[in-house]
Design a protein around this ligand. Structure first.
Ligand code: ATP
Ligand code: MG
Length: 561
């Protein structure tokens, strides 16, 4: 692969965008000697989701690899629903991923005055005209692949265009009466080039500009101008803008803008069993289908964070799915796989019982408590150890006892021995049941010569189960999550029809070890034999512990052969 040297550091292309940039930076290239400058332009009308995350990792990551810079620009060109709540959330999410825009934080709307001036420049050059087609006529005159579009207003004199455009700005006309259109090519095979609308009249309040404007630029006009004003070299965007690139180029080539950025497109990320569209995510929030944008089932970055996703897991996911022009739908199990991989290294191992039943060790002295020092993370010796308490009454999982064991069951049943994780071997002696046959308590006797979990005589113990000490265990609520949608492609129909009724399961009365009383939200935990969890950053409090299952232990992801 080609490489260029920047600040003495060699940069090797990791994808096709890098390769284009390397070409551009070379001697004689389009941006020879320039510093790579990208931007991430989210529309502040919702929270960022994992799809945006792909885009922003490409924008910030590419700049980083080339020793360049990346701007954060709120694309608030469109005066529709926009909100400062979203702006702060977008910034928080980007910082969480480890990226920073320095002092280069902008709003597209801050360029409205300049954008307007550029529109006048086009008019002066005879490259834009005020059109009077009604929306209906617009459709009618649009033409088709074999018929060019038409507009009777195309040859309006420059002075008249200028006058009308200024009066549009002054608010003299109702919405829909006039538009400003670029004069490009009504016969173009690319419909985006058939004299696209550049400005339209809208009497609507803008979240930053108030009522200063009643004409608003279209994205296709505003975006290249914003990029050019900021000195962006490479304007990276998703593939749906590919057909708009000729217009992007036309805008920067026909205006006296300070730079001529290059647009490069990559494919969007899709994930199955979820939707990646702010509009749909918003509908779920507003419809009360989820508890908010940060509901741990949501594919938003704040939802993933609350669920227990780490920046490292997300970066690993984005790196591995790669950058290309081929549309790809990624299996949600791959995202989980990346999280599991990271948490396996990081998570502190603790014990929690989700469906508790009492285990009484009948030959263990009443009132006695032993301390066992246990490793916090066998994959990370630097994580240290912590003491856990053991006594006569413990909580174990209901499913770890079976009166009549099925074949291959090595846990507790009358007469069988199991190891209680890190402490002792116990032999089950029976259970007490209520009239309906529900197990109320399980009984066992421990082997005092098995301290640490291995019998002194070396006999083999097949099963090991987790437990928590009843006397100092804490009650907890545990939330288990599944896909929000039951079908791989919920967007194939009305997505709300495919909601998974079992996407959230709340378990109450769970028992967790006492060390979890003070755990910070988001700290990765492995509940042994159960999965990876974290304390909920919204609902968990010292007297009311709430844990989210981030991901189960079992990996359902199967790499393609
Ligand atoms: P949505 O429909 O979710 O609102 P959008 O494209 O309208 O998506 P913007 O806020 O305008 O959202 O997007 C900011 C950037 O994120 C754009 O450059 C866009 O191309 C990119 N982006 C959005 N969704 C995806 C996706 N699924 N995969 C890759 N990039 C995406
Ligand atoms: Mg958008």
């Amino acid at each position: 692969m080609d490489e260029v040297r920047l600040n003495e550091a060699p940069v090797e292309g990791t994808n096709f965008i890098d390769d284009f940039i390397i070409e551009d930076l070379k001697e004689g290239g389009r941006f020879e000697g320039a510093q790579v400058h990208t931007r991430f332009p989210p529309e502040p009308n919702g929270y960022l989701h994992i799809g945006h995350c792909k885009a922003l990792c490409i924008d910030f990551g590419t700049a980083q690899r080339f020793g360049g810079i990346c701007n954060l620009r709120m694309d608030d060109t469109n005066p529709a629903k926009e909100d400062n709540e979203f702006v702060a959330a977008i910034q928080e999410d980007i910082h969480w991923l480890g990226y920073d825009w320095g002092d280069r934080f902008f709003y597209g709307s801050d360029y409205f005055e300049q954008t307007y001036a550029y529109a006048e420049e086009l008019i002066q050059k005879g490259l834009a005209y005020v059109c009077e087609l009604t929306p209906e006529q617009f459709r009618e005159y649009r033409g088709d692949t074999s018929t060019p579009a038409r507009s009777p207003w195309r040859d309006r004199p420059i002075e008249e265009n200028l006058d009308l455009f200024r009066r549009m700005r002054a608010g003299e006309f109702p919405e829909g009466k006039y538009t400003l259109r670029a004069k490009i090519d009504l016969a173009s095979g690319n419909f985006n080039m058939r004299d696209p609308v550049l400005y339209r009249i809208r009497y609507i309040e803008h979240h930053r500009q108030g009522t200063k404007w009643c004409i608003f630029p279209m994205y296709d006009f505003a975006h290249p101008i914003q990029d050019a004003i900021e000195g962006i070299t490479h304007s990276l965007c998703s593939l749906e803008y590919e057909d708009h690139r000729p217009l992007y180029d036309w805008v920067v080539n026909n205006l006296s803008v300070p730079s001529k950025p290059r647009q490069i497109e990559f494919s969007r990320l899709g994930i199955n069993n979820t939707v990646l569209s702010k509009r749909k995510l918003r509908a779920m929030v507003e419809g009360g289908v989820v508890s908010g944008w940060d509901d741990p089932r949501m594919p938003t970055l704040c939802g993933l964070r609350r669920r227990g996703y780490t920046p490292a897991a997300i970066h690993s996911f984005i790196d591995q799915i790669g950058v290309s022009k081929v549309t790809s739908i990624v299996d949600s199990s791959f995202l989980e796989h990346c999280l599991r991989d990271d948490l396996n290294q990081k998570a502190q191992r603790v014990m929690a019982v989700l469906d508790p039943v009492k285990l009484i060790i009948t030959n263990y002295p009443e009132g006695k408590t032993e301390l066992f020092e246990t490793e916090n993370n066998p994959n990370d010796p630097s994580a240290g150890t912590r003491p856990i308490t053991f006594s006569r009454e413990l909580w174990i999982e209901r499913s770890d006892y079976m009166e009549e064991p099925v074949k291959g069951y090595f846990r507790l049943f009358p007469g069988n021995e199991v190891r209680l994780k890190t402490t002792y071997v116990v032999r089950c002696t029976g259970a007490k049941k209520d009239e309906a046959g529900n197990v109320l308590e399980v009984y066992a006797e421990y082997d005092p010569d098995s301290r640490g979990g291995n019998p002194a005589d070396g006999r083999k113990i097949k099963g090991t189960i987790h437990w928590v000490n009843a006397a100092d265990s804490l009650d907890a609520e545990i939330r288990l999550y599944d896909n929000l949608f039951t079908v791989p492609d919920p967007e194939s129909g009305n997505f709300m029809d495919y909601l998974n009724p079992d996407s959230l399961k709340i378990l109450t009365g769970c028992k967790v070890e006492s060390s979890l009383g003070k755990v910070e939200p988001g700290v990765p935990l492995q509940f042994m034999r159960q999965g990876y969890f974290c304390a909920d950053n919204r609902d968990s409090a010292p007297g009311h512990l709430v844990f989210n299952r981030s991901v189960s232990l079992k990996d359902s992801f199967k790499p393609k052969q």
